[in-house]
Design a protein around this ligand. Structure first.
Ligand code: SIN
Length: 522
């Protein structure tokens, strides 16, 4: 292996980035991890419910696999999901070895339940502070292991490099101090795009730039239309959309509409524990038909001690609004939560560009199909992070899986007139309204047109000028809307009012790729 090959550059510091960095170091490589904010700031940090793994005595990786496949609405890549579920127990053991303090009961790791899981298999830490506990433990281990870590360092672009990998263009947060990495392996672990939506559970850094940068560099993307909406975030005028974890419903909390009616029992036989897409849509329907801005999560039948021990963060947050979940109903509504699609990878995290890898939410491994199961996202970052680290140690030529259909898209050419576009904030509103829980051809067409105008203004006209973070965020919004307009059916998290049913011909993954410039032979 060349010296450059021994020094992978990892972009992003959620569970996937930190774990790849740690494992690379343990395997004798010399990784550098960079992140655009602080090392501990990521979507992982805010994960409440937990991480799924079949470690219970009544459970098995096969049952976990079947639940994952069922929730994914016919689009789960079975080979990838088999890896996810069968390697889960070993990766959990790694987390324990690395100091993650999972909650226990009677001397064993305690297991919670979340929607569409047929078994109790969700490990949690600090009650509902699972992501925070994992993030803090891994961060400590990464720093103790002597990994070079650089904060407030932004990936701006990927340029062609050598057989080892691309050149990463980095800058500080203000876009200054631009530097070019040595060509070598780059691992994208940049997370999701939830905060592009007006209503989101994600921190503001989750703007999907990794996807846009990979797309501009020519990498294949898959399943970009599948954005998962979490059914229950706190909903009160002026308050943050704080996640109210699904694990509360796993413990027995129920949903009621404004009239007090437990509407989910009419929608699905598993009621509040139906797959997430079904619960999110049912709540949205209640809100639209009633004109009332939220529904209510009712946990008042649960013992107060249990609520405060198992969900301390949620209880603390609610107390700042004068609410006590053992007494009060919690106003909730759906929010954008998770990007299911992303940069296409194979089972070792390899993308379509040599030396570029992806792990975690930015990657599309195919494990989630059209609708992700709770707790499988932290797990995906770990399981495929491990595979990426091993691949970096012994790189082998390979490419990602090939989607059933691939659509080539030309980038807007740039040079649009700034007065033709709305403020970027409008993107967040349009994504929420037109590319949200319920979509239609008309709304998607107008969103695509609006985002295209914006990308056109922000896209540099000179090839030596780099697009800024806002241009990349706008491009990701455009890619989501384009993908959603291509899929003329409803499946999993993608629901279209003009095509409300699943259609057999759409039991396929759709890829997006940048159309090569004219005259390009490759
Ligand atoms: C939750 O705690 O409800 C979110 C868990 C997840 O998205 O996996």
């Amino acid at each position: 292996m060349t010296e450059a090959g021994r020094r992978p550059l990892i972009i992003g510091s959620g569970i996937a980035g930190l774990y790849v960095a740690l494992r690379c170091r343990e395997l004798g490589l010399r990784p550098t991890i960079v992140t655009k904010a602080r090392l501990e700031e990521s979507n992982t940090r805010y994960a409440q419910g937990g991480i799924a793994a079949a470690i219970g005595t009544d459970d098995s990786p096969r049952i976990h696999l079947e639940d994952t496949v069922k929730a994914g609405d016919e689009l789960v890549d079975r080979a990838a999901a088999r890896i996810l579920t069968s390697e889960a127990p070993a990766r959990i053991a790694d987390l324990v070895r690395n100091g993650v303090p999972f909650d226990t009961a009677d001397g064993r790791i305690a297991l919670g339940r979340e929607a569409a899981h047929s078994r109790f298999r969700t490990l949690h830490a600090g009650g509902d502070a699972t992501g925070l506990s994992i993030e803090e433990a891994l961060k400590r281990r990464v720093l103790d292991a002597g990994v070079e870590a650089r904060e407030r360092t932004v990936l701006r672009a990927l340029r062609p490099g050598t057989r080892d990998g691309p050149v990463a263009v980095l800058s500080n947060a203000d876009g200054k101090d631009v530097e070019y990495s040595t060509a070598g392996p780059v691992v994208l672990a940049t997370g999701g795009a939830g905060s592009l939506y007006r209503q989101s559970s994600n921190p503001s850094i989750a703007t999907g730039e990794g996807v846009a940068i990979a797309f501009r560099a020519g990498a294949l993307l898959t399943d970009m239309e599948f954005i998962q909406f979490h059914p229950t975030a706190f909903c009160r005028e002026g308050a943050p959309r704080f996640l109210i974890t699904e694990a509360l419903r796993g413990e027995g909390a129920v949903l009621r509409n404004e009239a007090g009616d437990r509407f989910m029992t009419r929608v699905h036989r598993d009621a509040e524990l139906a797959p997430r897409d079904i619960v999110a849509r049912a709540i949205d329907r209640e809100i639209v038909t009633s004109g009332h801005p939220c529904v209510y999560l009712d946990a008042t039948a649960l013992p107060r001690d249990l609520l405060f021990a198992r969900f301390p963060s949620v209880c603390h947050f609610l107390s700042t609004y004068g609410l006590d979940p053992s007494r009060d109903q919690i106003p909730v509504a759906p929010v954008a939560h998770y990007m299911i699609g992303g940069v296409t990878t194979d089972l070792e995290g390899r993308t379509s560009l040599q030396g570029l890898y992806a792990a975690g939410e930015v990657a599309s491994t195919g494990v989630h199909g059209a609708n992700r199961l709770a707790g499988n996202s932290l797990l995906e970052g770990l399981v495929f992070g491990e595979r990426v680290a091993r691949q970096l140690l012994h790189p082998a030529i390979g490419g990602p899986r090939v989607p059933d259909r691939t659509v080539e898209l030309s980038l807007p050419t740039g040079g649009g007139r700034p007065e033709e576009v709305e403020e970027f904030e409008q993107v967040r509103t349009t994504l929420w309204e037109e590319v949200g829980i319920v979509r239609s051809a008309e709304g998607l067409a107008s969103a695509v047109e609006q985002f295209e105008r914006l990308v056109n203004v922000l896209q540099p006209t000179r090839s030596d000028t780099m697009p800024g973070p806002v241009a990349n965020a706008a491009l990701t919004a455009w890619l989501i809307a384009r993908a959603a307009s291509i899929r003329t059916e409803s499946r999993g998290a993608h629901y279209r009012s003009d095509w409300p049913k699943r259609r057999p011909q759409w039991r396929v993954h759709v890829g997006l790729r940048l159309r090569p410039p004219r005259g390009h032979s490759g």
